[in-house]
Design a protein around this ligand. Structure first.
Ligand code: GYE
Length: 306
């Protein structure tokens, strides 16, 4: 079929599949919601679902994929924690005849490509998310000079790389905004709080925080408040994801915006897998469209948040 002509492993059409979902970590609501979305989809999609949790270690995630290959899964869904270390595991799945779909994070495209080494990447446009957070800030920040601390996601992960470049490009050459410092908080609330505590001492003049995800944004808000600052009044927080806590922070006036990045991949994963099994050529990037949550609509959406 089409798949074989492309060099990708074919996938039979059948009633049930043994499916692996190799989660990267479960220390935040986003990843928990994603895992749940796969679990909730399993029955209706005919999946006998194997879920692993790498606990924040790319090496463990590689080992998890290898053990799924040894167990003879039919299909692999993988959110590679970082862009490079998971590539050998993706290649081994391919060699074992297992079609792989990257979900929510991608790999280094110079080394592994959709349509060749894996079927497709299912996920958001992270560059655009960073750009939209910046554009909202540029339009709405009323101070004279925006002095920014950027909290980056996991070093070497595709969303951290791309959310940084989208934001940085949008403010490049704009004299009103200046990045005081940019540092990783590993997409985690605790780390975001700790990093913010440190950076706040080094840069007390900060009046903007741009966080690559909501967990770090919430950690930053906690650090700011502990230091007597007033998020939403003397420092403005811009973020990405759309978690329940972030929507609540927006409602409470402590956060300006969160650009959506949906974790609900189960139904899209099912649909894409079935299209592939039917012999369709899958587009290399199955793009997820994201909304934007602000004071205008946060209350309306908090009920569906996670
Ligand atoms: O924004 C973050 C999570 O890869 C898109 O990972 C995902 C990101 C998400 O830890 O909260």
């Amino acid at each position: 079929g089409v798949a074989q002509a492309q060099g990708l492993p074919p996938l039979e059409q059948k009633d049930s599949y043994t499916v692996g979902f190799a989660q990267s970590e479960s220390n935040n609501p986003w990843r928990i919601a994603e895992t749940k979305s796969f679990q909730d989809t399993a029955e209706s999609c005919g999946w006998n679902l194997i879920v692993t949790d790498a606990g924040g270690s790319a090496a463990k995630q590689v080992a998890d994929v290898d053990s799924m290959i040894a167990q003879g899964i039919d299909v692999l869904f993988l959110p590679p924690r970082e862009e490079s270390p998971l590539i050998p595991a993706v290649m081994r799945a391919q060699a074992a005849g297992i079609p792989t779909f990257l979900v929510d994070r991608s790999v280094d495209e110079a080394v592994a490509q959709a349509g060749t080494h894996y079927v497709a990447f299912l996920g958001s446009d992270f560059v655009d998310q960073g750009r939209r957070a910046a554009e909202y800030m540029i339009e709405n920040f009323e101070g004279e000079q925006g002095l920014i601390i950027q909290l980056e996601g996991t070093t070497g992960s595709s969303p951290a790389n791309d959310r940084k470049s989208g934001f940085d490009e949008a403010i490049a050459g704009n004299e009103k905004f200046q990045i005081l410092e940019s540092r990783t908080g590993d997409f985690a609330r605790d780390e975001g709080r700790r990093v913010m505590e440190t950076l706040l001492q080094a840069h007390p003049e900060v009046n903007i925080v741009y966080a690559h995800n909501d967990e770090m944004a919430i950690g930053a808000i906690q650090a700011l408040e502990a230091a007597g600052r007033k998020p939403g009044e003397d420092v403005f927080v811009y973020s990405i994801d759309g978690t329940r806590d972030a929507l609540q922070a927006i409602i409470d006036g402590k956060m300006e915006v969160t650009v959506e990045s949906s974790p609900f991949f189960g139904p899209l994963a099912c649909e894409t897998m079935k299209r592939y099994a039917a012999g369709e050529t899958i587009e290399p990037w199955v793009k997820v469209e994201d909304r934007i949550f602000t004071a205008e609509n946060a209350a309306e959406h908090i009920g569906e948040a996670y």
